[in-house]
Design a protein around this ligand. Sequence first.
Ligand code: SF4
Length: 434
Amino acid sequence: MVYRSPNKNRQKVSVITLGCARNLVDSQKIVGHIQNKGGVVTPIDQADVAILNTCGFIEDAKQESLDAIVELIELKKQGKIQKVIVAGCLAQRYRNELLAEFKEIDALVGAQQLDRDAAPDEVSLTPGHYAYLKICESCYNNCAFCVIPSIKGVFRSRTKESILREVERLDERGVKEVNIIGQDITAYGMDLYRDKALAALLREMIPKLNSIEWIRLLYTFPSHITDDLISVIAQESKICKYLDIPFQHISDKILKRMNRKITKAQTYDLIAKIRKRIPDGCLRTALIVGLPGETDKDFEALVQFVREVRFEKLGVFMYSREEGVPAYAMSQQVPRRVKEERYERLMQEQQAISQSLQSRWEGQTVKVLIDQAHETEAGVYLGRTACDAPEVDGIVYAHVVADAKKKTPAVSVGDFARVKITHATEYDLIGEVI
Ligand code: SF4
């Protein structure tokens, strides 16, 4: 995977990551391997070799990856870099097509090859105070619209021992927040331990942690969420009361077409259970509009679902028709214009809900993890509450107000601060450090 210099000079390699946090974790492995082999990681303008870690999940992501390949090939033609290596999901999914189309690509490394390599976890591409911890790879679920199982291969969990070793090292390094990721972390252990083992893993992990104060569970699958998992989230103070559960739809007909293995009634029951057991919780979901066969009636059920549940966070996606999955061949494909209208409508519904939910923070004092200083405004820091995942959710703008009578609070990037919220917008919060 790593290009080695024939003249044994330290090879300068730039690693460019597209796509999701799971790809970022794979890029950390790539960087670790480069360093283990004596290479040095540099920005692209100083590099001899570019490694592009691509995403190939949906049409927009594919296009972004292809654009980046074209740009790198242009740099190679201009003699600014010597080699172009394409890694990740697009390389896995379109290996032959890429090799035929782009003769200038020097090597392709598929997502499955990345995963098989040993995982040096000393390397971090996130700020030092938070990290992503990937506990499993690929997915059991075979949703009718999703190419991930075919790109990533069979579902596989990491052993409990290897995860615990990694999290202990993160803790020793002073990391404050760990985001547990995988395509479906609620399936963790079903292959290795013949059981859903996430709750047990968390129970074993938490007593070992000192520095880490927030554990966030990202990407759960509704029908794999157990009562035991809900209990551990409710009971353990270090687990953020933040549940990321992509429900995708609510119409029974569409859920069945999607192969989501859950019904409308079961979905409502699950949400009621979570709201009851974790009353201060924050629910994030993702919904898809425009799956083939989605009628106006199905869509209205989705709007009603959003109005009733009042998700704290919502991502809406237009169905992207991808080859190689069952939805590709389904009848009644929805025209793009209709998908766009439905997308806009759902986003508008959510904007009003989000604004009203956000306003409940006004006047409250919240714990905020400080991510960075504001680039231009002195005395302003950007951070997140336990209800905001890195990169995807809102920001808290924390102002440090100098006070002649009181001690001015000291704020450092990577620390937790207490912030009194003075104003809430649709997605962000503004407040003063106290
Ligand atoms: S659960 Fe997610 S990753 Fe798995 S097949 Fe369904 S959409 Fe794809």
